[in-house]
Design a protein around this ligand. Sequence first.
Ligand code: TYD
Length: 243
Amino acid sequence: MAGTFITFEGIDGSGKSTQLRLLANFLRSEGGEVLVTREPGGTSVGLRLRAALLDALEQVDPLTELLVFAADRAQHVRRVLRPALEAGQTVLSDRYADATKAYQGAGRGFSAELVSEIVQLATEGLTPDLTLLFDLSVTESSARTRRRSEGKQTGDRLDSEDAGFHTRVREAYLSLAAREPERFRVVTTNGSVDETHERVKKIVVPFLEARGQIVSREPATAGSRDTHRVPQRESPAGLEEPP
Ligand code: TYD
């Protein structure tokens, strides 16, 4: 496909959403047209599914959870991701199918075969070109989610799962990364936000350059690494605006 599909994954509190925002701002400041989206909730129907899935007061059966994440993804793939990628855009998604493998597979205990079949059905085989896995210990990430939810009456339903759940999810992510080293890059997020952002740029910028999604402004000499522009592309027709 003409565009580039980059996904951001990691356990809750790993810092992926902050990093996604920083990277999108950086690419846009270079003149790029970047589509930022997420799962669950990357479409208008998906936003309603997200509210139901994450409501801490809702009793969601694990099978329902698996299928609703898949429904959210099917809508997202067909109405947002494919049209944007076919139009050549750079798409950054906060979570995608690896989250189902980690959370519903390892976290909830559904078999890898069943999860793969459901992922295949929802994605129609659409796989990210690059996946950044933001990794942090469960102790540190739980401290971050606790701080974040202070003041809120209730946290997300999945955030409030116990440490055993988050440990299984983290290990599953790391083993997915080990199995597909070409697609995954593991980014450790125990440093400052800025340090992590620099690491992310060092991975993503050359990746986009190699795919022609970013063009260096100057001849590639030492030290010119920080000046790029992203070619402007026309908005794809029929694309659902991500909410
Ligand atoms: P996220 O948007 O990362 O939460 P936050 O708003 O706190 O940054 O993800 C919401 C939750 O959904 C998160 O706990 C992981 C979970 N999730 C799954 O369990 N399976 C999935 O397939 C996806 C996409 C998310």
